[in-house]
Design a protein around this ligand. Structure first.
Ligand code: KG4
Ligand code: ZN
Length: 333
């Protein structure tokens, strides 16, 4: 019954989780509110807050799991991709803990972990499946052949889907991160009120920068006519933007699923918390005869439970990392 302590610190969440024999017993997530005023994550501030949060987050994760430090068999941590200063805090903590307790280290790729969040609990997709991983930094269609055998078959050429959400919310004068706020306002709005363009990109790749520019001009032109345009129409604007982002994602996912003949389809990453995208996937899945897999909310945005489950499967394979490991801002599969 391996006991794994997992650490996630790639962006602005400090998270720690304990997994015993593949079951998640705790998942502590300390969010950073300091970035709200800046309209995006400030890397230097993020690493400082990680330093403050990491020890209490780990203590709480062990306490909630009723596990002592001495029971831990291995420490899994996010090696990358992410903000280097943020990663450094988690990597250094994991290395010190493993050194102090003389236990192995397990490095985890954050993007693979988002996919492997689907192996928490009993409702698991079957290999091979497709996973649409949509976060603040990435938009990928991943062909998942096995736990650690994954191929990115489509990705964004510019902005990520979460970035499109966050940049739109910034244009609307909303605080960071804007994705959850767009989701909230969209629930009260008419998604067909405004039409934004769908980019024509070949293959399974995405582009969101043109959409961002069209939203920017749309808002600028309407505010010039009516200074209260945003306040009066915030629900319809958010619903229309959300619908367009979701349809861009789902059209490509459908194309990839058809091309590969795959019917197990999963969603992962922070934007998979989005209500419109979740509902859109379920409706499309019903039409296409797919089995759809959507993570529980707490496993959509960044969390250490997904690092723990990835670490558990590496532990079973005996894949450990040396003390000379360093974080990687960019880390391909
Ligand atoms: O995976 P994640 O937590 O962090 C990264 O690895 O980037 O994703 C964060 C992104 C942000 O862009 C945030 O605005 C977006 O996920 N997000 C949402 C929602 N919740 C988080 N976007 C739309 N609707 C949501 N409910
Ligand atoms: Zn993430």
């Amino acid at each position: 019954m391996p006991v794994i302590l997992a650490i996630e610190s790639s962006c602005d969440e400090t998270s720690a989780s304990v997994c015993v024999d593949g079951a998640i017993l705790s998942n502590i997530i300390a969010n950073q509110t300091i970035h709200e005023a800046y309209g995006g994550v400030v890397p230097e501030l993020a690493s400082r807050v990680h330093q403050q949060n990491i020890v209490p987050a780990v203590q709480q994760a062990l306490f909630n799991a009723k596990v002592s430090k001495n029971d831990v068999d291995a420490v899994a941590f996010t090696r990358g991709p992410g903000l280097l200063g943020s990663l450094l805090v988690g990597v250094s903590f994991a290395k010190s803990f493993a050194l102090a307790k003389n236990i192995p280290l397990i490095e985890v790729n954050h993007m693979q972990a988002h996919v492997l969040a689907h192996f928490i609990g009993d409702n698991k997709p079957a290999f091979p499946f497709l996973c649409l991983t949509v976060s603040g930094g990435h938009t990928q269609i991943v062909l998942v052949k096995d736990y650690f055998d994954m191929e990115v078959i489509g990705q964004t050429l510019d902005d990520a889907a979460g970035e499109a959400m966050d940049k739109t919310s910034k244009i609307l004068g909303l605080p960071y991160p804007g994705g959850p706020l767009i989701d909230k306002y969209a629930r009260q709005g008419n998604a067909d009120a405004y039409k934004f363009p769908e980019p024509q990109i070949p293959g399974f790749d995405f582009s969101f920068s043109g959409l961002k520019t069209s939203i920017l001009y749309f808002i600028r032109d309407n505010v010039a006519i009516n200074p209260d345009f945003i306040q009066q129409n915030i629900n319809d604007i958010c619903a229309s933007v959300e619908k367009r982002i979701a349809t861009i994602l789902l059209h490509k996912l459908e194309k990839a699923a058809d091309a590969y003949g795959i019917k197990d389809i999963a969603l992962a990453g922070g934007v998979s918390a989005n209500t419109g995208l979740r509902q859109g996937l379920l409706a499309l899945g019903e039409k296409k005869g797919w089995r759809c897999f959507i993570p529980a909310m707490q496993y959509c945005t960044d969390n250490a439970a997904m690092i723990a489950i990835a670490g558990y499967h590496k532990y079973l394979k005996g894949e450990f990392t040396g003390q000379d490991v360093a974080p990687l801002a960019r880390m391909p599969f």
